[in-house]
Write a protein that binds this ligand. Structure first.
Ligand code: SF4
Ligand code: SF4
Length: 213
């Protein structure tokens, strides 16, 4: 038998093996009886963004600082943010309104890439169909906020890496704060007592050059 004939037979053997195994081997059965049965979602799958919060209170623990970087980076402009204000009317680092129109979102993940505060991530929930676009697909801040535990559940590897990065950043910020405090303490120690004028250091006059005649 020629080399080509052997290759064709080998290929057909592999196809036949896969075909028959697809009837009894679980890992070769890609179709599930949805909705009674649900497929396991791969941890790297993504569809639409959600906002992360730490602790128990979604609003108090919100990581988002309303910096609007994601809003400006979003290609189809489906993110809408309004900053919150304090009692004096001054803008604070938190969004009062944070909406995402998921019917426009193209799942590009650019919002996640630009966020400096690890505050926005891609979800993998897929049962989102709804009859009313404004109720089901235009998500507001409360609907978008999900705890860090949920992030660990859907994207465990990515969530662990994010936690490590945040812990390293916090440790660096703490070290810088301590160094600043130490410098301030040293400066206060070396400060002359009040009333005592600090005399400026005297400068030595440079030697005069003799003029040549
Ligand atoms: S995934 Fe892309 S399209 Fe969707 S909200 Fe983020 S930046 Fe916009
Ligand atoms: S999600 Fe991130 S990038 Fe978007 S406004 Fe909040 S902190 Fe800024």
């Amino acid at each position: 038998m020629s080399l080509i004939g052997k290759g064709i037979l080998k290929g057909m053997g592999v196809t036949a093996k896969n075909f028959f195994q697809s009837y009894y081997r679980k890992e070769r059965l890609p179709t599930v009886e949805y909705p009674e049965e649900k497929a396991t979602i791969n941890q790297f799958s993504r569809n639409f963004p959600f906002l992360l919060y730490d602790g128990d209170d979604p609003v108090d623990g919100m990581r988002c600082t309303a910096c609007t970087l994601c809003e400006r980076a979003c290609p189809p402009q489906c993110i809408y943010i309004i900053k919150d204000k304090d009692e004096n009317g001054k803008a604070i680092l938190s969004p009062r309104i944070f909406d995402i129109d998921t019917s426009v979102c193209m799942s590009c993940q650019l919002c996640v890439e630009v966020c400096p505060y690890e505050a926005i991530r891609m979800d993998s929930a897929f049962e989102l169909s709804n009859e009313n676009r404004f109720e089901g697909l235009l998500l507001n801040r409360e609907e978008l906020l999900k705890p860090n535990a949920y992030y660990h559940e859907i994207h465990p590897l990515e969530a662990r890496e994010t936690d490590d990065r945040m812990a390293a950043k916090a440790a660096l910020a703490e070290a810088k704060k301590k160094a600043r405090q130490k410098r301030a303490r040293l400066a206060a120690k070396n400060k002359p007592p009040p009333g005592l004028k600090k005399t400026p250091p005297t400068r030595k006059k440079p030697p005069q050059r003799e003029k040549s005649e």
